[in-house]
Design a binder for this molecule. Structure first.
Ligand code: PMP
Length: 292
């Protein structure tokens, strides 16, 4: 089925959508993005994703003239036009079109804004059932991983290396400590049932799902510690898992071929996944009641 996508103010069939070869997103990876999950036709944690979008824009001195209501409207229209029940909305903003030059173009150059939907089974996910096998790799990305840029080549290479070695994903390690996974935040659960995930800094993306899961955990009287951990500590942990908008919570069952816990998805990861889905669906239905 051909999708309807959004390009610079217009909704067009995907086959008719185009951007310039001089777009700085294409030439310099000079762009940022957000991915918001859709459950039951409703957006999950949209406010968090828009807040992070603004943060990324500010850090890179990009100016978006659309306000948050307009952004929400684009998301909703895409969901409606594509009859999306479950999946995601991808939104990308680049510094626009200009002659190729390392220096930024004039600030009056309009940004490029592209958005599209993608269908994905998020709730009934085979990977959530089975759990992920991950490998560790050195974190070779740049030093501003807190900005959600479209510069995703190293994470792609890491994912391919993981697949080549028969695993599902890679956890990235810097100075002996795990920063995050190739496209999600990394967590472990110690033998006192404390949840541990790395503290926020420029070394990792400030995950919206990380924050939501942390809140849920605290609401349910679970202890959360924000600190780095080694691969060895993770291998010896009771459980391990990852969080991201479209995986929600995926248990991790092995790291570098060593089983974590008994090598099956852990109870805490499964419970957090269930709680997050329930919270998302209840927000979704209250939004629906308000006709939002
Ligand atoms: N870290 C990285 C490197 C990511 O690419 C992502 C997802 N895009 C995340 C963490 C998770 O962030 P979020 O929960 O906001 O999807």
């Amino acid at each position: 089925m051909s999708r309807t996508v959004y390009v610079n103010g217009q909704y067009v069939p995907e086959s008719e959508a185009s951007i310039s070869v001089f777009d700085r997103g294409f030439l310099f990876a000079d762009g940022i993005y957000e991915v918001t999950a859709v459950l039951n036709g409703r957006l999950m944690d949209f406010e968090g994703h828009v807040a992070r979008l603004h943060r990324s824009l500010n850090e890179l001195n990009m100016h978006l003239t659309l306000n948050d209501n307009a952004l929400r409207d684009i998301h909703r229209q895409l969901i409606e036009k594509n009859d999306l029940q479950e999946g995601l909305v991808y939104l990308q903003v680049t510094r626009g079109v200009a002659d190729r030059d390392f220096a930024y173009p004039d600030a009056s150059t309009p940004v490029t804004l592209v958005a599209f939907t993608q269908q994905k089974a998020i709730i009934d996910s085979p990977l959530a059932e089975r759990g992920l096998r991950v490998i560790s790799l050195p974190d070779m990305r740049w030093g501003r991983r807190d900005i959600k840029t479209v510069q995703l080549l190293y994470p792609s290479m890491a994912k391919m290396e993981a697949k080549k070695r028969g695993a599902d994903d890679a956890w990235l390690v810097e100075s002996g400590l795990v920063t995050e996974a190739s496209s999600s935040n990394a967590w472990i659960v110690d033998h006192d049932n404390t949840l541990i995930t790395r503290e926020l800094s420029r070394s990792l993306l400030h995950g919206i799902t990380r924050r939501a899961v942390m809140q849920l955990a605290r609401q349910h009287d679970m202890k959360v510690e924000e600190r780095g951990f080694t691969i060895k500590e993770a291998q010896n942990a009771r459980e391990a898992f990852v969080t991201s908008a479209t995986s929600l919570v995926y248990p991790v069952i092995s790291i570098d071929q060593r089983s974590v816990g008994d090598g099956t998805p852990g109870d805490i990861a499964k419970a957090l996944r269930r709680l997050y889905i329930e919270a998302g669906l209840s927000v979704s239905s209250s939004e629906a009641e308000q006709g939002a």
